[in-house]
Design a protein around this ligand. Structure first.
Ligand SMILES: [Mg+2]
Length: 285
């Protein structure tokens, strides 16, 4: 595989299905601590080509990263709605988010939002200046174009918001579709039923056919419980800024752009090989 001739950009690679996961994780941590790439460990973990039939990408803070600027804008809008429109105490919205996975789910579970106001809530919450903090991403577009596996956006948010993000990134024409919270029966990505609904929509029945990229460790934990392979996108926590250490991720990459190298290192057959050789030649030219 051509990309093996150059240092891998992966920050960490963990395969929890491997009996040596702890040893490998430690090796990767040590490599990072010494400023080395995880290339050697990735080679050790390399296995026979695996073909997932579907790749699911989370949208916010996964397909793009902007230091949570858009997330913070949305958080402010949700706080504003819950305080002004629903009469909740300041900070209650965030508590619900932490407890239920999304504030919306908390509002629904605790009977704080009438069903007739769901659309109003979703429209208000996502009425943020997307264009200020989400820019066209040619590298992402090029990577997605090199993929041969069907790919879906799978978000616990609303379709119109994800669509706006994809348009700004310049990749809205490259997915099979957007699976949003409505499409999975309002279940969050903390709930196995959301993953099963997503599989139904994508037309697969075997969880091992699915690989999933998301920036939320709790989402990854739920996805793995269902049987999906998972990839954590992001190395540092939103709340604390500290490096994320977790046993719930099969792989960790800093940004979505590292997914291609990850796949090539682990024999995940999602990219056209000819393109890899072209990319390699371009790199060495
Ligand atoms: Mg996200």
């Amino acid at each position: 595989m051509a990309s093996f001739d150059r240092p891998s950009p992966m920050r960490a690679t963990m395969n929890a299905h491997n009996a040596n996961v702890n040893a490998n994780a430690n090796a990767n941590a040590n490599a990072r601590a010494h400023g080395e790439s995880a290339h050697a460990s990735a080679t050790t973990l390399r296995r026979a080509t695996t073909t997932h039939k579907v790749v699911f990408f989370d949208c916010d803070d996964a397909l793009y990263k902007n230091e949570w600027k858009t997330a913070n804008d949305i958080t402010k809008k949700i706080e504003s709605f819950t305080v002004r429109e629903l009469g909740l105490a300041p900070g209650r919205a965030y508590e619900l988010y932490k407890k239920y996975g999304t504030c919306l789910k908390g509002l629904q579970e605790e009977g704080l939002l009438e069903e007739s106001r769901l659309e109003e809530f979703l429209t208000y919450a996502h009425d943020v200046p997307h264009e200020e903090h989400i820019k066209r991403d040619e590298a992402l577009r090029a990577m997605l174009l090199r993929m041969k596996t069907p790919k879906w956006v799978f978000t616990a948010s609303a379709r119109h918001h994800a669509q706006r993000c994809l348009e700004l990134l310049g990749v809205d024409d490259l997915f099979e579709g957007i699976i949003d919270v409505r499409a999975v029966g309002w279940y969050t990505k903390h709930d196995a039923r959301a993953y099963r609904a997503a599989m139904d929509i994508a037309g697969v029945s075997d969880p091992s056919d699915c690989i999933f990229l998301d920036d939320s460790v709790s989402n990854l934990k739920a996805a793995r419980a269902v049987g999906w392979t998972n990839v954590l996108v992001g190395t540092h926590a939103r709340d604390t800024g500290e490096e994320i250490v977790t046993e719930h991720a099969d792989h960790i990459i800093a940004t979505v752009h590292e997914f291609e190298a990850l796949c090539r290192a682990h024999g995940y057959d999602h990219f056209h090989v000819e393109d890899a050789i072209e990319v390699e030649n371009a790199v060495h030219a």
